[in-house]
Design a protein around this ligand. Structure first.
Ligand SMILES: NC(=O)c1ccc[n+]([C@@H]2O[C@H](COP(=O)([O-])OP(=O)(O)OC[C@H]3O[C@@H](n4cnc5c(N)ncnc54)[C@H](OP(=O)(O)O)[C@@H]3O)[C@@H](O)[C@H]2O)c1
Length: 230
């Protein structure tokens, strides 16, 4: 009775990669792992029979890609929208493309993925978890250089509240986790030398547990998950 189909977006490295490895330990889960770098995913998840790796790019034509990916799936129990794009640049140096790319990958791509998935969500109960950042959490400490990234993550928080309101009478629940620093390639590229207090694996542990159970208690909630950022 534990059988679940779980879609994880952004799984070739970092937190998403750790999420897939942890979910895959439950042999009756089927995990659809989505990222651009399929070769990397195939190498990392080689020999794990309940992980299916597929190409997915949030930067363009997301509606069509998602429709095709979900076509063959009868029912989705959990979606973890984990992929993210971080641009770290002084505000006046941000190009139109820098800003548009952050919004495309972090907001528009997520919304179009969810649009394609809505009719496929398990009617018995399902959970969509959006991965945002403390930078997008209202009132939390902000960092110079992150105006494109953090405003897009704030929009993802807002989308969570709006979707939850629109679907409050359905069995689909959506929540948003605003992560503090976790040690990943993204963090290393954006803030070289910074050592986070939490590993990708440790952060993934919380996300997996929340994604599997959190919909029993919460809907439309924006939750800070941080040891660092006040
Ligand atoms: N690490 C932190 O300290 C931290 C803090 C706050 C929030 N977060 C959030 O947590 C999430 C995971 O972060 P992370 O640190 O693990 O990041 P990461 O190491 O950069 O990994 C991001 C993943 O997203 C995928 N991705 C990026 N652009 C994509 C696109 N256009 N289409 C599809 N997939 C794409 C990447 O795979 P491909 O390149 O193969 O597509 C990669 O697997 C992100 O949403 C991030 O904003 C992280």
């Amino acid at each position: 009775m534990n059988k679940k189909t779980i879609v994880v977006v952004g799984t070739s490295r970092g937190i998403g990669h750790a999420i897939v490895h942890q979910l895959a330990q439950q042999s009756d889960f089927t995990i659809l792992a989505l990222s651009r770098d399929v070769e990397k995913m195939k190498q990392s998840f080689d020999g794990i029979s309940n992980v299916l790796c597929q190409h997915f790019d949030l930067s363009a034509d997301v509606a069509n890609q998602a429709k095709q990916l979900f076509e063959g799936i009868s029912s989705i129990d959990v979606i973890i929208n984990n992929a993210g794009l971080l641009v770290n640049k002084p505000f006046t140096e941000l190009s139109h493309n820098d800003i548009a790319s952050c919004y495309q990958v972090n907001v528009i791509g997520v919304m179009e993925t969810v649009q394609a998935a809505v009719s496929k969500m398990n009617p018995v109960g399902s959970h969509i978890v959006n991965i945002s950042s403390m930078g997008g959490f209202q009132g939390a400490m902000k960092f110079a250089g992150l105006s494109a990234y953090s405003t897009s993550k704030a929009a993802l928080c807002s989308f969570t509240e709006l979707f939850a309101e629109e679907y409050k009478d359905s069995t689909i629940k959506m929540n948003c986790l605003c992560l503090g620093a976790a040690q990943t390639e993204m963090l290393e590229e954006a803030f070289p030398g910074y050592i986070a207090p939490v590993s990708a694996e440790k952060m993934a542990e919380f996300i997996v547990d929340f994604a599997l159970k959190g919909n029993q208690w919460m809907n439309g909630k924006i939750l800070p998950v941080s040891l660092t950022t006040p």
